[in-house]
Write a protein that binds this ligand. Structure first.
Ligand code: TYM
Length: 335
């Protein structure tokens, strides 16, 4: 075991492609942080089935997500890259944590409120309700110091910390208290068609999100049709010019050029010029990732082998935590 601190993060395999928000809000940071941390990156298929999934699509999307992690720079020889359902300890710890979570506490989770409103309360599953508690189990099994995520996960991280502290004080020191690592500049990437809402796979209009697996022409088309405003000046002003501010922020985080420098350089130019350059920057950043992901997907056996080896690494750590938890709560060990 290396002396580096542990890190865990994950994404749902609930679409055929990750999007630019997943990449800039989380994945870029994952790639960077795997150097200094003993990292665990999980594809959360148990979470994905909290809303209906087609089984064949889910299988394909799980492998596609793995391919995109690797193509973006996650190195499976350095970090444990695995599928949640391959490590039964996730569901097992989730049960124990369900039993120390208050009903009211779980009811306050805003993501559940949003999603259940969309689905209609009757069709929202109990799994969707306990989703954040399974997420807490994902995290706490690996004793991570850091959890790199986007802004929308902050509340789930707070719940995770609360549950860890509660368990520790009831049953004795068991869990490390994890910290959310949220990149300030890219904590929330906005929808291109509705720039006050976060970019999300459940967007009303598919033109609002750039997918990592989109071809170059599609990316260019989506960026060129991004909603801006009628004022005509290129500056970052989130309150009055969310569309232009989002484009500047996407450009800056991919190109490394500061927003101030972009504002100066584009001073007096029209939105068409800005959009054309943003499209170029996005294509040159994610085009190669898409191509690599497609290559990786052509060898399914190799992908499955990498995932199996990641699951073995993950199990070693997860099973140790789960055994300590079972012992603390008073379960007898099997003979
Ligand atoms: P998911 O699959 O919705 O998103 C994966 C990651 O992408 C980030 N993200 C964004 N960041 C910036 N701007 C956006 N528009 C944007 N959209 C998504 C998310 O914050 C996230 O970091 N509940 C989690 C999955 C999960 C998890 C975990 C995460 C399950 N267990 C344990 C961390 C640790 C989710 O639904 O992420």
């Amino acid at each position: 075991m290396s002396a580096k601190p542990n890190l865990l993060s994950g994404m749902q395999p609930s679409a055929s492609s990750l999007h630019l928000g997943n990449y800039l809000g989380a994945l870029v940071n994952w790639v960077r942080m795997q150097e200094d941390f003993n990292a665990f990156y999980v594809i959360v298929d148990l979470h994905a089935i909290t809303v209906p999934q087609d089984p064949n699509e889910l299988r394909a999307n799980t492998r596609r997500t793995a391919a995109q992690y690797i193509a973006a720079g996650i190195d499976p020889s350095k970090s444990a890259l695995f599928v949640q359902s391959h490590v039964p300890a996730h569901a097992e710890l989730a049960w124990v944590l369900n039993c120390i979570t208050g009903f009211g506490e779980a009811s306050r989770m805003t993501q559940f409120k949003d999603k259940s409103q969309k689905a209609g309360t009757d069709s929202a599953s109990v799994g969707l309700f306990t989703y954040p508690i399974l997420q807490a189990a994902d995290i706490l099994l690996y004793q991570p110091k850091a959890v790199p995520v986007g802004e929308d996960q902050r509340q789930h991280l707070e719940l995770t910390r609360d549950l860890a502290e509660r368990f520790n004080s009831r049953f004795g020191q068991t869990f490390t208290i994890p910290e959310a690592h949220i990149l300030k500049e890219t904590a929330k990437i906005y929808d291109l068609q509705n720039p006050t809402a976060k970019m999300s796979k459940s967007a009303a209009d598919p033109k609002g999100l750039v997918n990592m697996m989109d071809d170059d022409a599609t990316i260019a088309k989506k960026i060129k049709s991004a909603v801006t405003d009628t004022e005509g000046s290129i500056k970052s002003d989130w309150e009055n010019k969310p569309g232009v501010s989002n484009l500047l922020s996407i450009h800056s985080s991919l190109s490394g050029e500061s927003v101030i420098s972009l504002e100066e350089r584009f001073s007096g130019a029209g939105y068409g010029v800005l959009k054309a350059e943003v499209a170029e920057v996005v294509i040159s950043a994610i085009g190669p990732i898409r191509d690599r992901a497609n290559d990786l997907m052509s060898d399914q056996a190799e992908l499955d082998r990498l995932l199996a080896s990641g699951a073995e690494k993950a199990k070693t750590v997860a099973n140790q935590t789960l055994a300590a938890v079972y012992d603390r709560v008073g379960f007898i060990k099997p003979e």
